[in-house]
Design a protein around this ligand. Structure first.
Ligand SMILES: [Zn+2]
Length: 321
């Protein structure tokens, strides 16, 4: 029963993804990047990417949007799908115009961990926490929560090898971000939900306290993203907590090492959804309750992130001014 409900939810999100592609018409393309790890029942789930934009813009100034790395964080998936769907609506003309003018291209993976969504687990179908799976050791990772190699039955398991979902993300990023010219910034946003009381925007590193080479650039872009009263904390992830195996730490370092002329700048938006816990402490007892607010708040909460995401996808234009 529970698996069926999870599958229905996944099907709903995927149907929405195809609807968005239809809405974007000629500008959109859906591609299957590969399959998830295999579940204990033998299922593998397809992973899709959606790109929106003119071919030249997708090569020259792509901006990345990712969600659904953790299967339980469906708010993050819905925030991303809601934004993508809103692009061609009236209030979002800045973004649709930039896409039509060929100024930006959006490259997205809205559900990186479809098996986790279907099976209602944070981890992928093999029990691996993808955000601990890059293989890169953190210098100062927290014990257990920061990732471990004890058992796939326990949360925060790092896995013994790079998972198909992680590989799909790496391939996608290295391919999509390889054509940009010198001086271009390539912002990527990975949307999560449910860590704490407040919203945070993080950048590398997650595995160590050492500032990244682009620390000041990340700060500068954060100042552009920030709007009065947004309630978001902007900081390197290691200020909040440290982990082993963060996928973005590895992508950021690999990209820099590849000596490409552009700058790949991964951000994570962590949407805090615990703020209703005080009013309704019973929700703490339900696993899903921790990661999802009550239904009546959801629609409004989800739309609240449209302006932030609009600004994010326009970052490379705003930054130049
Ligand atoms: Zn997460």
């Amino acid at each position: 029963m529970s698996v069926l409900r999870g599958l229905r939810r996944l099907n709903r999100y995927e149907a929405r993804l195809f609807r968005i592609a239809r809405k974007a018409g000629k500008l959109a393309q859906i591609e299957q990047l590969g399959y998830s790890a295999r579940s204990s029942d033998g299922f593998r789930f397809p992973i899709y990417s959606l790109t929106i934009g003119k071919p030249a813009a997708l090569e020259r100034s792509p901006v990345g949007l990712v969600a659904g790395v953790h299967g339980l964080e469906t708010i993050g998936i819905r925030v991303l799908l809601d934004f993508l769907e809103s692009i061609f609506d009236e209030p979002n003309r800045d973004v649709s115009q930039a896409l039509l003018d060929g100024d930006i291209g959006i490259v997205s993976i809205p559900i990186l961990n479809p098996g986790g969504v279907a099976l209602k687990s944070r981890a992928n179908p093999a029990g691996v926490d993808l955000m601990r799976n890059s293989g890169k050791d953190g210098d100062t990772a927290l014990p257990f929560f920061g990732g471990h190699r004890m058992s796939s039955k326990l949360p925060y398991f790092r896995g013994k090898s790079l998972q198909p979902e992680s590989r799909a993300l790496f391939r996608f990023c290295l391919e999509r971000f390889s054509q940009a010219r010198k001086g271009t910034i390539l912002p990527v946003l990975d949307v999560h939900s449910g860590f704490g009381m407040k919203d945070s925007v993080w950048w590398p590193y997650a595995g160590k306290k050492t500032p990244s080479a682009d620390h000041y650039l990340f700060e500068r872009l954060s100042r552009i993203l920030h709007t009065e009263g947004d309630g978001i904390t902007y900081e390197p992830q290691s200020q909040a907590y440290t982990v082993h195996g963060d996928l973005w730490d590895r992508l950021y370092d690999d990209y820099r090492r590849s000596k490409k002329p552009a700058k790949l700048l991964p951000f994570t938006l962590e949407i805090g959804t615990w703020s209703d816990v005080k009013r309704n402490p019973g929700r703490l007892l339900s696993k899903r309750g921790l990661f999802n607010p009550p239904p009546e708040q959801k629609a409004l909460m989800i739309q609240r992130y449209r302006p932030f995401l609009s600004k994010f996808v326009l970052l490379s234009l705003l930054y130049g001014e």
